[in-house]
Write a protein that binds this ligand. Structure first.
Ligand code: ZN
Length: 337
Protein backbone atom coordinates (compact mmCIF):
# COMPACT_ATOMS: atom_id res chain seq x y z
CA UNK A 1 0.00 0.00 0.00
CA UNK A 2 1.14 3.59 -0.51
CA UNK A 3 1.75 5.98 2.40
CA UNK A 4 -1.68 6.60 3.93
CA UNK A 5 -3.26 9.83 5.19
CA UNK A 6 -2.71 10.18 8.94
CA UNK A 7 -6.41 10.92 9.39
CA UNK A 8 -7.45 7.32 8.79
CA UNK A 9 -5.04 6.08 11.46
CA UNK A 10 -6.36 8.63 13.96
CA UNK A 11 -9.99 7.84 13.08
CA UNK A 12 -9.39 4.13 13.70
CA UNK A 13 -7.59 4.95 16.95
CA UNK A 14 -10.56 7.06 18.09
CA UNK A 15 -13.10 4.39 17.18
CA UNK A 16 -11.11 1.83 19.13
CA UNK A 17 -9.85 4.03 22.00
CA UNK A 18 -6.11 3.85 21.52
CA UNK A 19 -3.26 6.24 20.75
CA UNK A 20 -0.55 6.15 18.08
CA UNK A 21 3.06 7.06 18.76
CA UNK A 22 4.40 9.61 16.28
CA UNK A 23 8.11 8.90 16.03
CA UNK A 24 10.72 11.29 14.66
CA UNK A 25 13.40 10.17 12.22
CA UNK A 26 16.62 11.53 10.70
CA UNK A 27 18.20 8.42 9.22
CA UNK A 28 17.84 4.88 7.96
CA UNK A 29 18.42 3.06 11.25
CA UNK A 30 15.62 4.97 13.00
CA UNK A 31 13.16 4.11 10.22
CA UNK A 32 14.26 0.47 10.37
CA UNK A 33 13.86 0.38 14.16
CA UNK A 34 10.31 1.74 13.94
CA UNK A 35 9.27 -0.58 11.13
CA UNK A 36 10.65 -3.69 12.84
CA UNK A 37 8.85 -2.71 16.05
CA UNK A 38 5.63 -2.19 14.08
CA UNK A 39 5.99 -5.53 12.34
CA UNK A 40 6.56 -7.33 15.62
CA UNK A 41 3.54 -5.71 17.28
CA UNK A 42 1.25 -5.34 14.23
CA UNK A 43 1.10 -1.57 14.79
CA UNK A 44 0.08 1.24 12.45
CA UNK A 45 2.90 3.75 12.07
CA UNK A 46 3.27 7.52 12.12
CA UNK A 47 6.75 8.58 11.15
CA UNK A 48 7.47 12.28 11.36
CA UNK A 49 10.24 14.61 10.27
CA UNK A 50 10.86 18.10 11.56
CA UNK A 51 12.19 20.88 9.37
CA UNK A 52 15.60 20.18 10.89
CA UNK A 53 15.32 16.50 9.97
CA UNK A 54 14.36 17.30 6.39
CA UNK A 55 17.37 19.57 6.14
CA UNK A 56 19.68 16.99 7.74
CA UNK A 57 18.57 14.07 5.57
CA UNK A 58 17.79 15.98 2.42
CA UNK A 59 14.21 15.39 1.25
CA UNK A 60 15.25 12.99 -1.50
CA UNK A 61 16.95 10.54 0.88
CA UNK A 62 14.04 10.73 3.26
CA UNK A 63 11.46 10.20 0.53
CA UNK A 64 13.21 7.12 -0.80
CA UNK A 65 13.75 5.65 2.67
CA UNK A 66 10.01 5.99 3.29
CA UNK A 67 9.27 4.35 -0.04
CA UNK A 68 11.55 1.50 1.01
CA UNK A 69 9.55 1.10 4.24
CA UNK A 70 6.31 0.97 2.25
CA UNK A 71 7.77 -1.62 -0.11
CA UNK A 72 9.21 -3.81 2.66
CA UNK A 73 6.18 -3.74 4.98
CA UNK A 74 3.12 -3.98 2.72
CA UNK A 75 0.80 -4.96 5.59
CA UNK A 76 1.55 -1.97 7.80
CA UNK A 77 -0.23 1.33 7.16
CA UNK A 78 2.34 4.14 7.38
CA UNK A 79 1.65 7.88 7.53
CA UNK A 80 4.44 10.39 6.91
CA UNK A 81 4.02 13.61 8.83
CA UNK A 82 5.70 17.02 8.75
CA UNK A 83 6.39 17.91 12.38
CA UNK A 84 6.10 21.63 13.29
CA UNK A 85 5.76 23.22 9.88
CA UNK A 86 6.64 26.89 10.43
CA UNK A 87 4.83 28.27 7.38
CA UNK A 88 2.37 27.29 4.65
CA UNK A 89 5.38 27.09 2.29
CA UNK A 90 7.05 24.43 4.45
CA UNK A 91 3.83 22.40 4.59
CA UNK A 92 3.26 22.68 0.85
CA UNK A 93 6.82 21.55 0.11
CA UNK A 94 6.26 18.54 2.39
CA UNK A 95 3.11 17.64 0.45
CA UNK A 96 5.11 17.88 -2.78
CA UNK A 97 7.60 15.43 -1.27
CA UNK A 98 4.85 12.90 -0.64
CA UNK A 99 4.11 13.55 3.04
CA UNK A 100 0.56 12.42 3.82
CA UNK A 101 0.13 14.70 6.82
CA UNK A 102 1.43 18.10 7.86
CA UNK A 103 1.50 20.14 11.01
CA UNK A 104 1.04 23.85 10.54
CA UNK A 105 2.32 25.25 13.82
CA UNK A 106 0.87 28.75 13.69
CA UNK A 107 1.17 29.13 17.46
CA UNK A 108 4.61 30.53 16.66
CA UNK A 109 5.56 33.04 13.97
CA UNK A 110 7.45 31.93 10.89
CA UNK A 111 10.77 32.23 12.79
CA UNK A 112 9.61 29.21 14.83
CA UNK A 113 10.39 31.05 18.08
CA UNK A 114 8.10 34.02 18.70
CA UNK A 115 4.58 33.29 19.96
CA UNK A 116 2.06 34.60 17.40
CA UNK A 117 -1.52 35.77 17.84
CA UNK A 118 -4.82 34.00 17.25
CA UNK A 119 -5.65 35.76 13.96
CA UNK A 120 -2.27 34.83 12.44
CA UNK A 121 -2.61 31.24 13.62
CA UNK A 122 -6.06 30.87 12.05
CA UNK A 123 -4.95 32.51 8.81
CA UNK A 124 -1.92 30.29 8.14
CA UNK A 125 -3.59 27.12 9.43
CA UNK A 126 -6.68 27.65 7.30
CA UNK A 127 -4.48 28.23 4.25
CA UNK A 128 -2.75 24.89 4.84
CA UNK A 129 -6.05 23.08 5.53
CA UNK A 130 -7.45 24.30 2.19
CA UNK A 131 -4.35 23.22 0.25
CA UNK A 132 -3.87 19.90 2.06
CA UNK A 133 -7.47 18.72 2.09
CA UNK A 134 -7.72 19.42 -1.64
CA UNK A 135 -5.26 16.53 -2.09
CA UNK A 136 -6.46 14.40 0.84
CA UNK A 137 -3.56 15.22 3.16
CA UNK A 138 -4.19 15.45 6.93
CA UNK A 139 -3.53 18.66 8.92
CA UNK A 140 -2.53 19.10 12.55
CA UNK A 141 -2.75 22.57 14.10
CA UNK A 142 -1.59 23.90 17.45
CA UNK A 143 -3.19 26.24 19.93
CA UNK A 144 -1.25 27.35 22.99
CA UNK A 145 2.56 27.24 23.04
CA UNK A 146 4.68 24.25 24.08
CA UNK A 147 7.76 24.54 26.24
CA UNK A 148 11.35 23.95 25.24
CA UNK A 149 13.09 24.02 21.91
CA UNK A 150 13.20 21.18 19.38
CA UNK A 151 15.60 21.30 16.43
CA UNK A 152 15.88 25.04 16.99
CA UNK A 153 12.09 25.31 16.91
CA UNK A 154 10.14 26.56 19.91
CA UNK A 155 9.65 29.51 22.22
CA UNK A 156 11.61 27.98 25.10
CA UNK A 157 10.12 28.35 28.56
CA UNK A 158 8.56 25.79 30.86
CA UNK A 159 5.46 25.07 28.84
CA UNK A 160 3.22 26.70 31.43
CA UNK A 161 3.37 30.26 30.01
CA UNK A 162 0.86 29.58 27.22
CA UNK A 163 -1.28 26.64 28.30
CA UNK A 164 -4.16 25.99 25.87
CA UNK A 165 -7.44 27.70 26.71
CA UNK A 166 -10.18 25.08 26.06
CA UNK A 167 -12.66 27.71 24.76
CA UNK A 168 -10.03 28.97 22.29
CA UNK A 169 -9.32 25.41 21.21
CA UNK A 170 -12.99 24.90 20.40
CA UNK A 171 -13.10 28.12 18.39
CA UNK A 172 -9.82 27.33 16.61
CA UNK A 173 -11.02 23.95 15.35
CA UNK A 174 -14.26 25.53 14.07
CA UNK A 175 -12.35 28.40 12.41
CA UNK A 176 -9.75 26.19 10.68
CA UNK A 177 -11.16 22.69 10.10
CA UNK A 178 -7.99 20.91 11.27
CA UNK A 179 -8.05 17.11 11.59
CA UNK A 180 -5.95 17.05 14.74
CA UNK A 181 -5.04 19.56 17.40
CA UNK A 182 -1.83 19.85 19.40
CA UNK A 183 -2.44 21.29 22.83
CA UNK A 184 -0.09 22.84 25.38
CA UNK A 185 -0.56 21.30 28.83
CA UNK A 186 2.84 21.94 30.40
CA UNK A 187 4.98 19.54 28.37
CA UNK A 188 8.23 20.62 26.75
CA UNK A 189 10.39 19.34 23.92
CA UNK A 190 13.77 17.84 24.79
CA UNK A 191 15.21 15.76 27.62
CA UNK A 192 14.54 18.22 30.48
CA UNK A 193 10.79 18.44 30.88
CA UNK A 194 10.23 18.42 34.62
CA UNK A 195 12.54 18.81 37.64
CA UNK A 196 10.62 16.13 39.55
CA UNK A 197 7.95 13.56 38.80
CA UNK A 198 5.19 15.77 37.36
CA UNK A 199 2.03 16.41 39.33
CA UNK A 200 -1.20 18.06 38.18
CA UNK A 201 0.09 21.60 38.70
CA UNK A 202 2.83 21.23 36.03
CA UNK A 203 1.28 18.56 33.77
CA UNK A 204 -2.28 19.70 33.22
CA UNK A 205 -4.11 16.58 32.14
CA UNK A 206 -7.37 18.17 33.35
CA UNK A 207 -7.09 20.62 30.44
CA UNK A 208 -7.02 17.69 28.00
CA UNK A 209 -10.18 16.35 29.61
CA UNK A 210 -11.91 19.73 29.28
CA UNK A 211 -10.86 20.13 25.64
CA UNK A 212 -12.06 16.61 24.85
CA UNK A 213 -15.40 17.40 26.52
CA UNK A 214 -15.80 20.42 24.22
CA UNK A 215 -14.37 18.72 21.11
CA UNK A 216 -15.29 15.02 21.35
CA UNK A 217 -14.66 14.50 17.62
CA UNK A 218 -11.28 16.22 17.32
CA UNK A 219 -8.12 14.12 17.53
CA UNK A 220 -5.85 15.57 20.21
CA UNK A 221 -2.06 15.48 20.02
CA UNK A 222 0.38 15.43 22.93
CA UNK A 223 3.80 16.87 22.03
CA UNK A 224 6.96 16.47 24.08
CA UNK A 225 5.68 13.16 25.40
CA UNK A 226 8.83 11.17 25.92
CA UNK A 227 8.95 9.50 29.30
CA UNK A 228 12.75 9.94 29.70
CA UNK A 229 13.27 6.50 31.32
CA UNK A 230 15.69 6.56 34.23
CA UNK A 231 17.28 3.32 32.99
CA UNK A 232 18.39 4.95 29.71
CA UNK A 233 19.66 8.11 31.40
CA UNK A 234 21.60 5.95 33.88
CA UNK A 235 23.07 3.83 31.07
CA UNK A 236 24.25 6.93 29.19
CA UNK A 237 25.83 8.38 32.32
CA UNK A 238 27.39 5.03 33.28
CA UNK A 239 29.27 5.03 29.98
CA UNK A 240 30.59 8.56 30.20
CA UNK A 241 27.53 10.68 29.44
CA UNK A 242 26.64 13.76 31.45
CA UNK A 243 22.87 14.05 31.45
CA UNK A 244 21.26 15.93 34.31
CA UNK A 245 18.52 14.33 36.36
CA UNK A 246 15.26 14.77 34.52
CA UNK A 247 11.66 13.61 34.37
CA UNK A 248 9.47 13.10 31.33
CA UNK A 249 5.78 12.43 30.90
CA UNK A 250 4.92 9.20 32.71
CA UNK A 251 3.37 6.56 30.45
CA UNK A 252 0.34 6.32 32.77
CA UNK A 253 -0.38 10.03 32.21
CA UNK A 254 -0.27 9.48 28.45
CA UNK A 255 -2.68 6.57 28.90
CA UNK A 256 -4.97 8.92 30.83
CA UNK A 257 -4.81 11.31 27.88
CA UNK A 258 -5.66 8.49 25.49
CA UNK A 259 -8.82 7.88 27.52
CA UNK A 260 -9.70 11.52 26.81
CA UNK A 261 -9.21 12.01 23.09
CA UNK A 262 -5.42 11.90 22.64
CA UNK A 263 -4.76 9.94 19.43
CA UNK A 264 -1.23 11.03 18.49
CA UNK A 265 1.62 10.98 20.98
CA UNK A 266 4.91 12.56 19.91
CA UNK A 267 7.98 10.69 21.12
CA UNK A 268 11.50 11.63 20.02
CA UNK A 269 13.78 12.05 23.04
CA UNK A 270 13.31 8.47 24.30
CA UNK A 271 14.56 7.08 21.00
CA UNK A 272 17.50 9.50 20.98
CA UNK A 273 18.41 8.35 24.48
CA UNK A 274 18.20 4.68 23.44
CA UNK A 275 20.50 5.21 20.46
CA UNK A 276 23.04 7.18 22.48
CA UNK A 277 23.02 4.66 25.35
CA UNK A 278 23.72 1.75 23.00
CA UNK A 279 26.49 3.54 21.13
CA UNK A 280 28.18 4.70 24.34
CA UNK A 281 28.07 1.18 25.71
CA UNK A 282 29.80 -0.25 22.63
CA UNK A 283 32.43 2.48 22.58
CA UNK A 284 33.13 2.07 26.26
CA UNK A 285 33.16 -1.74 26.47
CA UNK A 286 34.85 -2.46 23.16
CA UNK A 287 36.99 0.56 22.27
CA UNK A 288 38.83 -1.47 19.62
CA UNK A 289 35.73 -1.51 17.39
CA UNK A 290 35.46 0.88 14.46
CA UNK A 291 32.92 -0.61 12.04
CA UNK A 292 29.82 1.63 12.24
CA UNK A 293 27.62 -1.45 12.02
CA UNK A 294 29.03 -2.59 15.36
CA UNK A 295 27.42 0.38 17.13
CA UNK A 296 24.60 1.44 14.79
CA UNK A 297 23.22 -2.10 14.88
CA UNK A 298 22.88 -2.19 18.69
CA UNK A 299 21.57 1.40 18.59
CA UNK A 300 18.83 0.34 16.18
CA UNK A 301 18.01 -2.64 18.40
CA UNK A 302 17.76 -0.48 21.55
CA UNK A 303 15.49 2.02 19.77
CA UNK A 304 13.31 -0.82 18.51
CA UNK A 305 12.79 -1.95 22.10
CA UNK A 306 11.61 1.52 23.15
CA UNK A 307 9.25 1.66 20.15
CA UNK A 308 7.75 -1.73 21.03
CA UNK A 309 7.17 -0.56 24.62
CA UNK A 310 5.40 2.63 23.50
CA UNK A 311 3.34 0.93 20.77
CA UNK A 312 2.16 -1.60 23.33
CA UNK A 313 1.46 0.94 26.08
CA UNK A 314 -0.48 3.30 23.77
CA UNK A 315 -2.67 0.44 22.51
CA UNK A 316 -1.82 0.67 18.82
CA UNK A 317 -0.30 -2.84 18.87
CA UNK A 318 -2.50 -5.40 17.14
CA UNK A 319 -4.31 -2.82 15.00
CA UNK A 320 -2.28 -2.51 11.78
CA UNK A 321 -4.18 -5.30 10.07
CA UNK A 322 -7.61 -4.02 11.14
CA UNK A 323 -7.49 -0.59 9.52
CA UNK A 324 -9.49 -0.07 6.35
CA UNK A 325 -7.09 1.73 4.04
CA UNK A 326 -7.99 4.85 2.13
CA UNK A 327 -5.56 6.68 -0.11
CA UNK A 328 -5.11 10.45 -0.05
CA UNK A 329 -7.05 10.57 -3.32
CA UNK A 330 -9.97 8.77 -1.70
CA UNK A 331 -9.87 11.21 1.22
CA UNK A 332 -10.49 14.19 -1.06
CA UNK A 333 -14.12 13.16 -1.47
CA UNK A 334 -14.79 12.89 2.25
CA UNK A 335 -13.38 16.39 2.84
CA UNK A 336 -15.67 17.82 0.16
CA UNK A 337 -18.75 16.57 2.02
ZN1 ZN B 1 6.42 19.11 19.06
Amino acid sequence: MPLVPMRILLDHAAENSYGVAALNVNNMEQIQAIMEAAKETDSPVIIQASRGARKYTNDAYLRHLMLAAVELYPKIPIAMHQDHGNSPATCKSAIEQGFTSVMMDGSLSEDGKTPSDYAYNVKVTKEVVDAAHAVGVTVEGEIGVLGGIEDGHGAGGSGLEHVTDPAMAEKFVADTGVDALAVAIGTSHGAYKFAKKPTGDVLKMDIIEEIHRRLPNCHLVMHGSSSVPRSLVDLINKYGGKLKESYGVPVEQIQRGIKHGVRKVNVDTDNRLAITAAIRQVFSETPEKFDPRDYLGPAREMMKKVCIERMTAFGQAGNAGKIKIKTCKEMVGSYRK
